[in-house]
Design a protein around this ligand. Sequence first.
Ligand SMILES: *Cc1c(COP(=O)(O)O)cnc(C)c1O
Length: 381
Amino acid sequence: MKFSTKAIHAGQSPDPATGAIMTPVYLTSTYVQEEPGKHKGYDYARTNHPTRAALEANLAALEGAAHGLAFASGMAAETTLITTLQAGDHVVCGRDVYGGTYRLFTKVFERFKLEFSFINIYDLKELEPAIRKNTKLVWLESPSNPLLTVTDLKAASKIAHSHGARVVVDNTFATPYLQQPLALGADFVVHSTTKYLGGHSDVVGGAILMNDKAAYDGLKFLQNAMGAVPGPLDCFLVLRGTKTLAVRMRQHCENGRAIAKFLKEHKDVKQVRYPGLPDHPNHDVAKKQMSDFGGMISFELKGGVERNVTFTTKTKLFALAESLGGVESLCGHPITMTHASIPKSEREKGGLPDALVRLSVGIEDVEDLVEDVDQAIRASK
Ligand SMILES: *Cc1c(COP(=O)(O)O)cnc(C)c1O
């Protein structure tokens, strides 16, 4: 089965009770048992839930994974994955990651005696030297947030595995439609389903996808033991979102490409970061491991921080808001918004400019989007 067919059908079959074609939103916390311990596979809704089970099977199919687990948010998925580690374990993490990931690792898990090293990971030179005897995980984001750097996932996985470390890829930006990290050697894929998978800015959710059965069993235990599970309506909304993932992503890519080109050719633009641009430093790797380049762009206008911040207040269609991946276009200023929790010293080491503006290009008519960016650039002078 190919991607769009899986997106629409995997994990879902008509409701046996009524024939309803859509997976019902089972609003129940518990299930009646015939005899103690004898039930239909569901005993308590934190442990097992039919709407969640449909979503987990659907997401696993999209990532080409044997197993999937859904969580209450992307951060809940990350938290649960990190608790597979023991005090004293070490994680190597790309420096350019979602601000909340950096905050979770440094502000929460360092208190539990886990160690984290943040490196510039995209050229892989810093990866091998950063791996220690106690390194258990290498945590990657590609394309990264907000600099849109691309890491060679196959090469990175090979290096990590040669030292006995497992590889996690946060695939939120690319989605399984554009990139499937497990096929490139990763051990775990994590998602914020809040973004492209949900796709309509109306739900918060997360997921972990994997092939290894023992790892799945361990995480399934933790999903229940820690309890960061999504509610049934949230699961339904993400399931509804994935049905149109392929058509939405095609339009996100087309619009992203057009906006990147427009910015690239604009005389007031200092720099554009989009993996689809031939002069992007990791364009060749992106071409090799992604089927297209997505809808996320970051850029800087000439004229410093102030002008760039002004730009974000002058757009009319691009709403100034955190988050990304919805059908509507958004813009943001990472260092005061999504990445405010990353200290300036770390931002400097990672080359994250104070002036950087991030765009999540939606699926509106692209002429309207170009016109909006154009007028906002003029209005920011
Ligand atoms: C939003 C995001 C997260 C966190 O997910 P939530 O659903 O907001 O908890 C993690 N990684 C990336 C790349 C994100 O964009």
